[in-house]
Unconditional design. Sequence first.
Length: 237
Amino acid sequence: MSLIIAHRGYSAKFRENSVSSWREAVLAGADIIEVDVRFTADWQCVCAHDADLRLAGSQSLIRNCRYAELQAQAQSLVPLLSQAFKTIPPEVPILLDVKDESPQALAHLSSLVSSFGERPVDFGLHTLRAVHTLMREETHVQIVGLLSGSEDEEDEFFEMGGKTLRLWESKVGTSRLEKLLTAGRAIWVTTGGWGTGRDVGEFDAQQLVAMRDAGVTGFLVNDPVLARSALEDGTSH
């Protein structure tokens, strides 16, 4: 069975990266909850996809704001990562989409996650350099490759210890997928986005089923309930 990963929580019906989106994604039966993470100027780890505070109508960059300043501008729009770990049950895996991949940020994040105790956590990293940096840390987290889509990075990613490769839906070609699956690789797909005509996390039910039947092992989607229903009810034939 393919995994359903709640993209920014249950973001189809609740504000992304919010306590409500995490809680409702768990209640909806999502297998994994994805959370975007960034650091403030005083090294508080917060949950936000955008680099700025556009959700609060501000152009202030999160990395330039102290956490107290952030709260004054955004109120509860940018929760701490600790709130995600308190809301999501310890048996439900969390995928952290790491937006700051500097060595200092990765070290801070690794230490912070360790302080929350043992639970399944994946670090979603966008570059091979970040994968190499994290592998030097004394961490037991798994690494998901949120790579740009270039095939020439795949072998190196897995050789470095990567667990799962995430592909954009438009990058899932038949020959590429067959090569990866033949090598025993775990493949997740973020639906929508580049070249699909849909927003990131939105999906076409028939295409979702077709990718499942082709061997994709997980899907990042905005609506875990509809995605689960599509996979349970549909066939690609």
